[in-house]
Design a protein around this ligand. Structure first.
Ligand SMILES: Nc1nc2c(ncn2[C@@H]2O[C@H](COP(=O)(O)OP(=O)(O)OP(=O)(O)O)[C@@H](O)[C@H]2O)c(=O)[nH]1
Ligand SMILES: [Mg+2]
Length: 384
């Protein structure tokens, strides 16, 4: 391809658009290594993005993510949809299983395959792992894959950024995590649109379902009620229901979210850490939260779980608080933040979650500042 700028990427755009496997593979290598022509290729593809449903799959090592992705590939292609997979640093391979073996083909001429799988490792990327993963997702979207699945493991900064590219985030939880569930619950529920108890054939699956369902109920969001599903990835049980749930989530909340986000992020905004009362994008709040954690700081998360009357912030609003009192987000627009931050610091110190209630109409509640009406319940818990 020769772009308007005259830089040769060597990629035949027509072959790429018809999803010729070797051409797609070569284009990804070009993007991964940031070779001359990479930026021009992205610019050519940019206007064609925004059609794919991007699904993020994360979870502890060995939870069954790769096996589940194999099963999802089968279910999506049975429904006539093409799927590309970006596996970020996987320790277990996604094979495409019988799908690739059968060479299932999408269109009547067999010009392209329904499935394309690509691993992206953290080594050797000039632009950083999340930049590379983002470009590969964009490429798959632009060349017309209906669904792009991204498997990530771990909770490093790049993984957090990569999860942010997804329209629907799935967290895979195997049963039998025991007490660990308490520790990870707060973190995973924040990022999960769908929680999947995989290995539901194992004992303790019921218990995991119950634990996660309870945790999910504590966290109502304005736009979506987090669902808990069970799967046996090895047999395919529950996988059709999972695809239905993914479709419902995307129908309810939209796709192409990463493209809208990057437009918002490029706008100038205040960079000072903490002291930002006001609604911030959840993604920004959790990025800050991860930064504090990476710096070894104790962190608590406050969430509005119930509101009455003219309470200023909707259910699901968050305030993240760091041990020294720095904070980001908002649970009331300034009326009760001071009190919540104090309680959050106590929660960081003793690890005991608290359900706080503030409001003018409740005897037990503290008086809310005059500027704020209504009544609000805020759940505060330590993260990590
Ligand atoms: N019993 C049972 N085993 C499963 C199920 N799903 C996956 N496994 C097994 O669990 C093991 C780990 O599965 P993977 O799919 O590699 O897990 P992963 O989460 O991708 O692992 P990493 O990529 O290493 O993080 C494999 O031996 C799978 O066969 C399931 O539903 N039931
Ligand atoms: Mg894996």
């Amino acid at each position: 391809m020769k772009s308007a700028s005259g830089i040769e990427s060597g990629i035949d755009l027509n072959a790429l658009s018809s999803r010729s496997r070797p051409v797609v593979a070569r284009a990804i290598t070009l993007l991964e290594n940031d070779r001359p022509g990479a930026a021009e290729l992205m610019a050519e593809l940019a206007p064609r993005r925004g059609r794919a449903d991007v699904v993020g799959i994360t979870g502890a090592p060995g939870a069954g993510k790769s096996t589940l992705i194999n099963a999802l590939l089968g279910e999506f292609t049975r429904r006539g949809r093409s799927v590309a997979v970006v596996a970020v640093d996987p320790s277990s391979p996604i094979s495409g299983g019988s799908i690739l073996g059968d060479r299932v083909r999408m269109d009547e001429h067999g010009a392209h395959d329904a499935v394309f799988i690509r691993s992206v490792s953290s080594r050797g990327h000039l632009g950083g792992l999340s930049k590379t993963a983002g470009r590969v997702i964009d490429l798959f979207d632009a060349v017309g894959y209906d669904v792009v699945i991204v498997e990530t493991v771990g909770a490093g900064q790049s993984e957090v950024e990569i999860r942010d590219f997804a329209d629907t985030n799935i967290v895979v939880c195997p049963p039998g995590l025991g007490d660990d569930v308490q520790a990870i619950k707060a973190g995973i529920i924040e990022i999960a649109d769908l929680l999947v108890v995989n290995k539901a054939d194992l004992p303790q699956a019921e218990r995991a379902m119950l634990d996660l369902t309870t945790a999910a109920q504590l966290r109502r969001r304005a736009d979506w009620k987090v669902r808990v599903l069970r799967t046996v990835a090895t047999s395919g049980d529950g996988v059709a229901a999972l695809v239905d749930a993914i479709d419902e989530h995307i129908a309810a909340t939209g796709n192409g979210k990463r493209l809208k986000k990057s437009a918002a992020v490029s706008a100038p905004r205040e960079e000072r850490e903490g002291e930002r009362i006001g609604p911030v994008a959840d993604a920004d709040l959790f990025t800050q939260l991860q930064r504090w954690r990476a710096a070894g700081k104790g962190v608590a998360l406050a969430t509005v779980v119930k509101t009455w009357g003219s309470s200023p912030r909707p259910e699901g609003s968050h305030l993240a608080v760091e041990e020294n009192g720095a904070f980001v987000g908002s649970v009331s627009g300034g009326c009760i933040e001071g009190a919540v931050i104090g309680e959050a610091q106590a929660v960081i110190a003793d690890g005991q979650p608290r359900l706080l209630e503030f409001g003018v109409s409740d005897e037990r509640a503290w008086e809310v500042g005059l500027a704020c009406g209504g009544r609000v319940q805020v759940f505060v818990e330590r993260v990590g």
